[in-house]
Design a protein around this ligand. Sequence first.
Ligand SMILES: Cc1cc2nc3c(=O)[nH]c(=O)nc-3n(C[C@H](O)[C@H](O)[C@H](O)COP(=O)(O)O)c2cc1C
Length: 251
Amino acid sequence: MTLLYFTATGNNLYISKRIGGKLCSIPKMIKSKNYSFSDDKIGLVFPIYTLCVPPIIEDFLKKVKLQSDYIFAVMSYGKVPGGAASHLVDIGNRNGIDFSYINIIKMVDNYLPVYYMEKQIATEPKKHIEENLERIITDINGKKEYIHRDSILSKSITKRLMKATSNRTVGLSKGFFIDDGCNHCGTCVKVCPVDNVSLQGEKPEFKDHCVNCLACTHACPKNVIRLSSEKSKVRFRNQHIEIREIIDANE
Ligand SMILES: Cc1cc2nc3c(=O)[nH]c(=O)nc-3n(C[C@H](O)[C@H](O)[C@H](O)COP(=O)(O)O)c2cc1C
C-alpha cells in the first residue's frame, strides 16, 4: 500500500502512520516531480481547506498517474467538511482517477482565524478520533467501497464559496507579522511545503505562493509568527507527531 499525504500540523501524518504502508509526502513528490505510483492500494490523506480539496492537492491530482485496483482518500477536518468529498469525486472524474473509497475524519481544527486553539485542542476527546480511525482502517484493510455523501446544503454552499473565491490560493502569509524573539532557527523555512519562507534578513520573510497551511506559525519553537486574524496565541501540533516529522514531510 502506498499513502500520499499532506500535513501541516501532523493530523494527516498521524492518520497516515496509523493506516500504514509506504508513506510519501505530497510536497516532496511535487518537489522531486514524482507523479507516478503503482501499488495494490493507493491512498491520499490530506486536510480539507475552506470546505474543499486544497488547491495544492487538486494540482497534484491533475498531474499524477495512479495505477491500482483500489484508490482511496481520507480527508481530515475540524468542524465543517462542506462539500469536499463531492469536490474530490469531481476532481477524480476530470483526471481519470476512480476512487473506490472516500471518507472524512474529524480532528483538531488548526485554522487560527476561526478558533481559539486552546479551546479547539480541548475538544479533541469529544471527536472520538481513535474509534473513527479504527473504523476507517478496517474499511481500507477490507477494501470497502464507499464514497462519503455530502449533504445537498453543504454541496451548494461549497460551490457558491468556490465561485466567490475563485483564487483560493491567496496566501494567509500576507497577514503574518513577527514578534520579538525570533532566534533564526529556520524551522519556519523547513516546515513550509512550498518553500515560501526565507530567512535572509532579521526576520522570516514570506514570498507570494503561500498555500495557507499555517505550518510555519504552528511549528515556530519561539511562537513569534503571529497572524493578524488569529484568535489566540496558542499553537497546535498533533500530540503523536514530532516537529522533526513535520520537517521531514515538507522540507
Ligand atoms: C486554510 C485552512 C482551511 C481550513 N478549512 C477547514 C474547513 O473548511 N473545514 C474544517 O472543518 N476544517 C478546516 N480546516 C482545518 C483542517 O482541515 C484540520 O485541522 C486538519 O486536520 C489539519 O491537518 P494537518 O494537521 O495534517 O495539517 C482548515 C485549516 C486550514 C489551515
